[in-house]
Structure formats: structure tokens, C-alpha cells
Ligand binder design. Structure first.
Ligand SMILES: Nc1ncnc2c1ncn2[C@@H]1O[C@H](COP(=O)(O)OP(=O)(O)OP(=O)(O)O)[C@@H](O)[C@H]1O
Length: 258
């Protein structure tokens, strides 16, 4: 059985005066433990599809199945990580991380211990009693990742989680998050505008075309690059030609010349 199956999704946003055909005929399968990225021109429907996968938007047509069952935003199947960390400024880092579990009434001593282990693994030892304002942007994004992972989602949905960070922090965080997700065999879907980031993190890259949003091409990341840490991917000889390949396709799409 397919792990995650996106089956013939069409989505139109209706407003009193207009109808925006955001997605047309999207089908794809994501395997357990796989990391895929969505790239494409602005407005091609990447975030809409991510929200449909999360069960936050009901598509006009089609369905999303997880292990053969319709996805639900309520069963804690999906973990979301966004550009902004959305940590509560008046709560400590520990309280922020454990809030979701507390709300779901599933906070245990083991989970508290796990939170502290993850803080240590992600280089944040000793910040449990600090407040978000005392941490850098990169540190806060790592806390946001821990807050997402601690609820044990089946799939992580990452909507441009590095785009607000400076370049150096972003590269370091890509490495750290990649290693953490691989060690936990997590399935992840990343939306990004950065082709390099998509190559460095993913097993497969889905390039979307717009008006309406649809799958234009699927790129398998070359096997020499798979499993390497993102920083090493960018320095591998197979990286530049693969980057060029995707870049050219994207440029053609943006110039309306597919
Ligand atoms: N709530 C909404 N109501 C109406 N139209 C919407 C809504 N959200 C998105 N759209 C439209 O649907 C299309 C797809 O938008 P979406 O945000 O999913 O694209 P995107 O690829 O994520 O864009 P970007 O790369 O700029 O973030 C766009 O034409 C957008 O204007």
C-alpha cells in the first residue's frame, strides 16, 4: 500500500466575483521515509497543495490518503513547520515545546526527557528555561522543529522553513534538520524557492507549472547525491549539472516557454 497518496487533486478558490483554478489534476505518491520538495514559479499552488495534504483545505476534487485512509488535520498525522517559528513569547522554550502535548493531554515524564534529549541533539542544551526573545532566529527554528517532532507526526510538512534565516545559518540548519529527519526515518515534504536547498535535502523534486498549478516534471535526485549531507551535496561534482537542468526548466516555465 502507498504511504502517502495524492490522488487526482483539483482545487479552485471561489470568491464572490472570481474563481481561481489553483491546482489541476495532481497525483503523486510519497514513500515512507522519503523526502520530496515542491518547487515552481510563484503562485503555482505549492502551499495550497501542502495545506490539502495537511488536511487543512478540502480539495474541490480528489483525495489524499495516508496508509489508505483519508488524511485528517485532527489526528496529529502531520507536523507543520513554517517560515516563522510562531513560538509564544511569554512561554519558556520547554513550555513552547511541550504545549502541543499538554493540549492533547499526552504529556508524560518520558516526553519531557525526550524534549531535553532533542534540545541537546540539536545543539540547544541549557535553553529550556529561556524565552524565545533570548534565542537567535536559527535557534528558534530548531525549537520549532523539536516542538513539531515531539508530537510524533507521520509526515513533516515544511513550508519554506529556512527562508527567513541568513545564508550561513540556513546551510547549517539544513544539515542538522536533514540528519535528524533521516535518523528518525521521517517522511517530509518541503516547499522552497531555492533549487539548491531542494537538491540538497530531497530524494525527489516536483517542479510545478502555474495557471493552473500542475506537475510539470519530476526529478529524481542523482543517486551519487542521495544520503550525503546537504553541505556535501552542494560540493559534489554531480550537483552543478543537475542544478542547471532544473534551473533551465524553471526559466522556460517562467518565460512561458515550456
Ligand atoms: N485563500 C485564497 N483565496 C483565493 N485565492 C488563493 C488563496 N490562496 C491562494 N490563492 C491563489 O491560488 C494560487 C496558488 O497559490 P499558492 O499560495 O498555493 O501558490 P504558491 O506556489 O505557494 O505561491 P508562492 O510561491 O508565491 O508562495 C495563486 O493564484 C493564489 O493567488
Amino acid at each position: 500500500m502507498d504511504f502517502l497518496s495524492v490522488d487526482t487533486i483539483h482545487h479552485t478558490y471561489f470568491s464572490p466575483k472570481t474563481a481561481t483554478n489553483a491546482l489541476a489534476d495532481i497525483s503523486l505518491v510519497v514513500n515512507e521515509g522519503e523526502f520530496i520538495s515542491f518547487i515552481g514559479p510563484s503562485g503555482c499552488g505549492k502551499t495550497t497543495l501542502l495545506s490539502i495534504i495537511a488536511g487543512l483545505i478540502k480539495p474541490t476534487e480528489g483525495k489524499v490518503l495516508l496508509n489508505g485512509r483519508p488524511v485528517s488535520s485532527e489526528k496529529n498525522q502531520m507536523g507543520y513547520m513554517l517560515q516563522q517559528d510562531y513560538l509564544f513569547p511569554w512561554k519558556t522554550i520547554e513550555e513552547n515545546i511541550l504545549l502541543g502535548l499538554k493540549i492533547m493531554d499526552s504529556l508524560t515524564e518520558e516526553k519531557k526527557l525526550e524534549a531535553y534529549e532533542l534540545l541537546e541533539e540539536l545543539g540547544l542544551k541549557g535553553v529550556g528555561d529561556s524565552y524565545p526573545r533570548e534565542l537567535s532566529g536559527g535557534m528558534r527554528q530548531r525549537v520549532a522543529l523539536i516542538r513539531t517532532l515531539i508530537t510524533e507526526p507521520k509526515i513533516l510538512l515544511l513550508d519554506e522553513p529556512f527562508s527567513a534565516l541568513d545564508y550561513q545559518t540556513k546551510l547549517k540548519l539544513e544539515d542538522l534538520i536533514f540528519t535528524t529527519l533521516k535518523s528518525l526515518n521521517k517522511t517530509a515534504v518541503l516547499v522552497t524557492h531555492d533549487i539548491g536547498e531542494a537538491i540538497a535535502m530531497s530524494d525527489r523534486i516536483i517542479l510545478f507549472a502555474s495557471n493552473p498549478g500542475r506537475v510539470h516534471r519530476v526529478f529524481d535526485v542523482p543517486h551519487e547525491l542521495k544520503g550525503l549531507k546537504p553541505f556535501s551535496v552542494r560540493n559534489h561534482e554531480a550537483y552543478p549539472p543537475f542544478f542547471q537542468n532544473i534551473w533551465k526548466e524553471l526559466e522556460n516555465l517562467e518565460s512561458g516557454n515550456p
